[in-house]
Ligand binder design. Structure first.
Ligand code: FAD
Ligand code: NAI
Length: 473
């Protein structure tokens, strides 16, 4: 087996965490190799996650908007329809373009990319199993960024045709007549929305009493109401007891309130979470410990129990989000190059890209209650926002929380069609320690969705219109 020595860093896994770590390390002068088993760089996020799902969400959102909302403005298209092959072709073209961009960045920054399976074979050695050969890379440090894979329900194993995970549900060649979605988290709600918009009858089965449980109850309720208007049905507090494929259908046994019944649909999407992907990495042999939940255990510098080995992204504890993985990738590379680095986890936004979108960042009211700390809350509704009405997007609201003792912005939640962008204001505020008064003072363009954020700030200051009139802005 060939050996290459002299690396400062070998990164295993080229998702948002891994490619960012490799890129930043190389920029900072470290000799870096990136090992990825797939020919296309970009990881779950680019190949079968964030990007293809958002491409489908954007196309189908525009379709529904044109079909249902534009006619109110007197604009109606004739011969309006869906060509599935073009929908998928556009999605794949976006993925391809971004993958090429990442490959270009690696070449430009002299990151040595190896296509193969990586495995730790010593504190400073990674074996790469490639199609034609095997090579060992000797390195000062190793970063593990091998991401995650879908959780399978033992009572409803994937057959990858009728009972599928998110990867297959991004590529159905036709909209199934009926689709059962198991799990009302980000994947279930986003992909459930895509297929519902394309004509599937979608029923979402969720074990918890509410959808989008990572958000506050009021956001869950508001989103559920909006999605129900779009004819998505929800069975909450419902357990999947079993299921089987019967010819061209899936029969799903569910249990709700002690009663069992069977649901039948053309396909079922299982979206009950993801688990870390570390099989075959040689962790146990190398002495890299796992947490009780099976993720790779790290300290606050992303260092594992084997000090020369680091881990980031979906592989470690925390929310499975691409921007978190990227932030950790950048930070770990900076630490390895001898620079100070940290990730402010509190300032990492969480978004579900339904219509309306939902987004949150920072502390929730529940956090303040638990900590018994005083806070103020302000809410503004998009139905009173001129731009939202003009854009036919009056649904939703902005809620902002202020820490009473410091006057600083502590958290924000948004339901609304531009939530994923607006939430950036609060992420910046948390990062910089901005006060609520400064957000209220900052004049926003009129009309704009950002005015909704500012109105929520005024409401939290308990001075909605009177303060503005008396000269704060
Ligand atoms: P990954 O992106 O999973 O990358 C890991 C890489 O490691 C993969 O390319 C894999 O092939 C490779 N690998 C694994 N083992 C080995 C090995 N032994 N040797 C070599 N290579 C290996 N997050 C968001 O923030 N926003 C979204 O909108 C969003 N949408 C999503 C939609 C879907 C349908 C899914 C499934 C996920 C979505 N996510 C989203 C989550 C996001 O994709 C992940 O949080 C993110 O990709 C994690 O990045 P990572 O770098 O840790 O790992
Ligand atoms: P999730 O953890 O977000 O949601 C899973 C849902 O399934 C939960 O509501 C859970 O209560 C429910 N569930 C679990 N077991 C069940 C059962 N047996 N029967 C019925 N319901 C059950 O996981 P999801 O949606 O699979 O997403 C995986 C990861 O991908 C998440 O961590 C998420 O952050 C990430 N992701 C992020 C996106 C975004 O940022 N917009 C989009 C898609 C995925």
């Amino acid at each position: 087996m060939a050996t290459s020595s002299g690396f400062d860093l070998v990164v295993i896994g080229a998702g948002p965490g891994g490619y960012m770590a490799a890129l930043r390390a190389s920029e900072l002068g470290l000799r870096t190799a990136l090992v990825e088993r797939c020919s296309k760089l970009g990881g779950t996020c680019l190949r079968v996650g964030c990007i293809p799902s958002k491409a489908l969400l954007s196309s189908t959102e525009a379709y529904v908007f044109a079909r249902d909302r534009l006619p109110r403005s007197g604009i109606a298209a004739k011969g309006f329809g869906i060509e599935m092959s073009r929908l998928h072709a556009r999605k794949e073209a976006i993925v391809e373009k971004l993958a090429q961009g990442i490959a270009f960045l690696m070449r430009q920054n002299r990151v040595e990319v190896l296509e193969g399976m990586g495995r730790i074979v010593g504190p400073h050695a990674v074996a790469v199993h490639m199609a034609e050969r095997e090579e060992t890379l000797e390195t000062r440090s190793i970063v593990l960024a091998t991401g995650s894979e879908p959780v399978e329900l033992p009572v409803l194993p994937f057959d990858h045709d009728r009972i599928v995970g998110s990867t297959e549900a991004l590529s159905f060649s036709e909209a199934p007549k009926s689709l059962l979605v198991i799990g009302a988290g980000a994947i279930g709600l986003e992909l459930g929305s895509v297929w519902s918009r394309l004509g599937s009858q979608v029923v979402v089965v969720e074990v918890l009493p509410r959808i989008a449980a990572g958000f506050s109850p009021i956001v869950s309720k508001s989103l559920q109401r909006e999605l129900e208007k779009q004819e998505i049905q929800f069975l909450l507090g419902t357990r999947v007891a079993g299921g089987e494929v019967k010819q061209t259908e899936v029969a799903l046994q569910i249990e709700q309130g002690g009663k069992e019944r069977t649901l039948v649909a053309e396909r079922a999407l299982v979206a009950v979470g993801r688990k870390p992907c570390h099989g075959g990495l040689g962790l146990a042999e190398a002495g890299v410990s796992l947490t009780a939940a099976g993720r790779v255990a790290v300290n606050r510098f992303w260092q594992t129990s084997l000090p020369s080995v680091y881990a980031i992204g979906d592989l470690i504890e925390g929310p499975m989000l691409a921007h978190r993985a990227q932030a950790e990738g950048r930070a770990v590379a900076e630490l390895l190059a001898g620079k100070p680095a940290e990730v402010r986890y509190l300032a990492i936004p969480n978004v579900i890209y339904t219509e309306p979108e939902v987004a949150s960042v920072g502390f929730s009211e529940e956090d303040f209650h638990v900590a018994k700390r005083p806070y103020r809350r302000g809410t503004a509704y998009f139905q009173a926002n001129g731009r939202a009405l003009a854009a036919e997007a009056p649904e939703g609201f902005v809620t902002i929380l202020m820490d009473e003792s410091s006057g600083k912005i502590a958290g924000m939640e948004i339901v609304g069609s531009r939530a994923s962008d607006l939430i950036g204001t609060a992420a910046l505020a948390l990062e910089t320690g901005a006060t609520l008064a400064s957000l209220a003072r900052a004049v926003q363009a009129h009309p704009s969705f950002m005015e909704g954020v500012r109105e929520a700030a005024f409401a939290a200051l308990n001075a909605s219109l009177s303060v503005r009139r008396s000269g704060v802005s």
